[in-house]
Design a protein around this ligand. Structure first.
Ligand code: HEC
Length: 287
């Protein structure tokens, strides 16, 4: 009896793994939701925390937890916490997201992470996962399930900690609570898996995209502030290049293709954005 209780305690302790020091960082990003509205993480900096729920059409954990999500929001949105959902499913198109919303009435903006790059950045690996982010310091503070009673759970502890007077998330750690994906909540990451096994090839995959989408302006004497004229140059600018791709600042003038099309739009296909970001994540290798 005693041993089994102790064992249970150890299991709980093992499930809550703390980072050695600082919290995981996330870069800024910009995603469009089911209604066509853009959400940029840094623009939530007027709030102390953003709660992001990973969503997928048909995920039973999402469907069963709707009341809990709304209750959490009722308790925290007037205290400086914003609430968003993110759909990072390769299965779901924007129409699937809208259809799921029409049936279940989540009543949260559902961001369409069509390239799965934000899931990667936030450390999301399944639907049903809840992530708490500090939008000022860009720290991930909690990653885990939606508990039945958040007030008695790490999720509540983390939210209270970041809302406390004088709280500084730089002194906090990422609290990870492991849990199994419920039925219909597993997420596949085919592109990430592929490019983690082998980084995109600089000459045949990366450079052609830059030439087509960027070099027209980013050339010696061009209007872009630096010339993409060597691997060294591109590697050096990689952190900035990743940021402008994640926030969709570059190429300039992007519009949501599911809302309207525009002849001058600078949109690039999601596959190209994935190639560039996964290449940068791999350290921008020469080959
Ligand atoms: C239509 C011209 C044009 C195209 C195409 C273009 N850029 Fe730019 N880029 C600019 C200009 C102008 C600036 C400086 C003003 C700004 O930051 O908006 C800039 C700035 C940047 C910066 C620096 C951002 C900063 O905050 O200093 C990066 C990085 C960048 N571009 C990357 C890219 C990448 C990657 C592509 C291709 C996917 C691209 N650009 C395509 C014109 C362009």
């Amino acid at each position: 009896m005693k041993t089994s209780k102790l064992l249970a305690l150890f299991t709980v302790a093992a499930a809550i793994s703390f980072n050695a020091q600082a919290a995981d960082r996330v870069g800024d990003f910009n995603l469009i939701d089911n209604t066509g509205k853009a959400h940029q993480l840094s623009k939530y900096a007027f709030n102390k925390a953003v709660v992001i729920v990973s969503q997928q059409a048909g995920c039973t954990a999402n469907q069963e937890n709707i009341a809990r999500y709304k209750q959490l929001r009722t308790n925290f949105d007037h205290r400086g916490v914003s609430f968003l959902m993110i759909n990072s499913s390769v299965e779901d198109e924007r129409d699937d997201i809208r259809a799921e919303e029409a049936v279940w009435n989540y009543d949260f903006p559902i961001m369409d992470d069509d390239g799965q790059l934000v899931a990667d950045a936030l450390g999301i690996d399944k639907a049903g996962q809840v992530v708490v982010v500090d939008p000022v310091r860009m720290n991930v503070l909690y990653r885990g399930p939606m508990p039945a009673q958040w007030a008695r759970h790490e999720l509540g502890t983390v939210l209270e900690a970041v809302l406390a007077d004088g709280a500084d998330s730089r002194q906090m750690e990422t609290v990870n609570v492991d849990f199994e994906a419920a039925e219909g909540c597993a997420l596949e990451f085919p592109m990430r898996d592929r490019y983690q096994a082998e980084a995109p090839d600089y000459e045949t995959e990366v450079a052609p995209i830059l030439i087509e989408r960027c070099v027209g302006c980013h050339v010696e004497g061009g209007i872009g502030p630096f010339a993409m004229n060597s691997h060294m140059m591109i590697q050096g600018w990689s952190p900035m290049i990743k940021e402008v791709l994640m926030t969709k600042r570059m190429p300039p003038m992007q519009v949501d293709p599911t809302v309207r099309t525009w002849i001058n739009a600078g949109n690039m296909p999601v596959e190209e954005r994935q190639i560039l970001v996964h290449w940068i994540n791999a350290g921008s290798p020469r080959n």
